[in-house]
Design a protein around this ligand. Structure first.
Ligand code: NAD
Ligand code: GDU
Length: 340
């Protein structure tokens, strides 16, 4: 790959806007990219993000759908590349409130794309998701697996990915859509981590049992066609995701468009996650088995060879226990999230 941009190129310090950078994944990526020497600004409306997850002098409070303000921010700060994390991301809520999801994730993103054109910014890294695949016929999932989302959330991400292909062709926008599997863990320093309200993700919920904040964890289904009957997921550490964003920032070229899976390529069942949490916390963590959760595929495991080949990405955290260890450190020190 002929690098003309970013760390490996002739322009080592890039002005970057991280939209949604006060959130879980965005805050880790913003910090990693700043540590690599780039000039990083965060643009966020703090709807689900946290002021405490950002450097205060680098936070610009603003709304994704506000094209005018975004254009001004891009121009004033001479932004050369944008990382876009801002979205509503609850699969279940997207089924009951699809309007909220199409409005924020699609209409909001189109406003950002307009602002990029107006400010002549031609590099974008977009947060996509495994949810674009729906229930795949086989695992591991490659990028050529058909995109058949089964939730409005997954559809909104698929729509944006389509727009990115068309905008590359017509307007020369360069983009990389990164399809994360299950983002998990916390920063090794222990001061950035997962703080969603309500929390729906498995690992933080299980760790809340270990903290005494919940009595037990309900496992959604034990009759899946997997080894132990519970769902298998590919948990990818948030710092490995952050590293991939740094590499994507370096690799994205105007006029080109690509999509890449980001996963550890290892599967862990719900029971294996609970067991890892028991080992790490020393807590017994009572479980109960409940019915399946609607829309949960049995097994989602990434083939991440494209990201390895095109970005030179190699995830560091490949076993569930090491991921849980970082999450546990964060939850122990921040039992009530950023407010503690
Ligand atoms: N967490 C996961 O497991 C996961 C998996 C796959 C994909 N993703 C995608 O990664 C991205 C980040 O996910 P996350 O878990 O960090 O979510 P998050 O809710 O923690 O972060 C989203 C951030 O975007 C901001 N935001 C949302 N709407 C906005 C708007 N209209 N204007 C300005 N800011 C706005 C929020 O305040 C928040 O800081 C999302 O696009 C999500 O769809 C996440
Ligand atoms: O209380 C709980 C919570 C979760 N689970 C199970 O744990 C697994 C992981 O569930 P999460 O809610 O943590 O994550 P998902 O796999 O549902 O969702 C993730 O993957 C999706 C794509 O499939 C989207 O990308 C979404 O944003 C991302 O969080 C699933 O099998 C789920 O059924 C339980 O058994 N009990």
């Amino acid at each position: 790959m002929g690098h003309t941009f970013g760390l490996k190129g002739s322009n080592p310090r890039v002005n970057v806007l991280v939209v949604g950078g006060a959130g879980y994944v965005g805050s880790h990526a913003a910090r990693r990219i700043a540590a690599a020497g780039h000039d990083v600004w965060i643009y966020d409306n703090l709807s689900t993000g946290h002021r405490e997850a950002c450097l205060p002098e680098r936070l610009i409070e603003g709304e994704l759908a506000d094209r005018k303000t975004l254009t001004k921010v891009l121009t004033d700060h001479k932004i050369e590349a944008v990382l876009h994390f801002a979205a509503c991301c609850y699969v279940g809520e997207s089924v009951t409130q699809p309007a909220k999801y199409y409005q924020n994730n699609v209409v909001g993103t189109l406003a950002l794309l307009d602002a990029l054109r107006a400010a002549e910014v031609s590099r974008l890294v977009f947060s996509s998701t495994t949810a674009v695949y729906g229930t795949p016929d086989k695992v591991p999932i490659t990028e050529d697996t058909p995109l058949n989302p089964i939730s409005p959330y997954g559809f909104t991400k698929r729509v944006v990915e389509h727009a990115l292909v068309d905008y590359a062709h017509a307007y020369g926008l360069g983009s990389i859509a990164l399809r994360y599997f299950n983002a998990s863990g916390a920063s090794r320093e222990g001061n950035l981590g997962e703080d969603h309200a309500p929390e729906t993700h498995l690992i933080p919920l299980v760790l809340q049992v270990a903290l005494g904040q919940r009595d037990k964890i309900t496992i959604f289904g034990d009759d899946y066609p997997t080894e132990d009957g519970t769902c298998v997921r590919d948990y990818i550490h948030v710092e490995d995701l952050a590293e991939a964003h740094l590499l994507a920032l370096d690799a994205v070229e105007p006029g080109t468009c690509n999509a890449m899976n980001l996963g550890s390529e290892h599967g862990a069942s719900v029971l294996q996650v609970v067991e890892a949490c028991r080992e790490v916390t020393g807590h017994e963590i009572p479980v109960e088995f409940g019915p399946r959760r609607e829309g949960d595929p049995a097994e989602l495991i990434a083939d991440a060879s494209r990201a390895r080949e095109k970005l030179g990405w190699q995830p560091e955290f490949t076993d569930i226990r090491s991921i849980v260890e970082t999450a546990w450190q964060w939850h122990l020190e921040h039992p009530d999230g950023y407010s503690s």
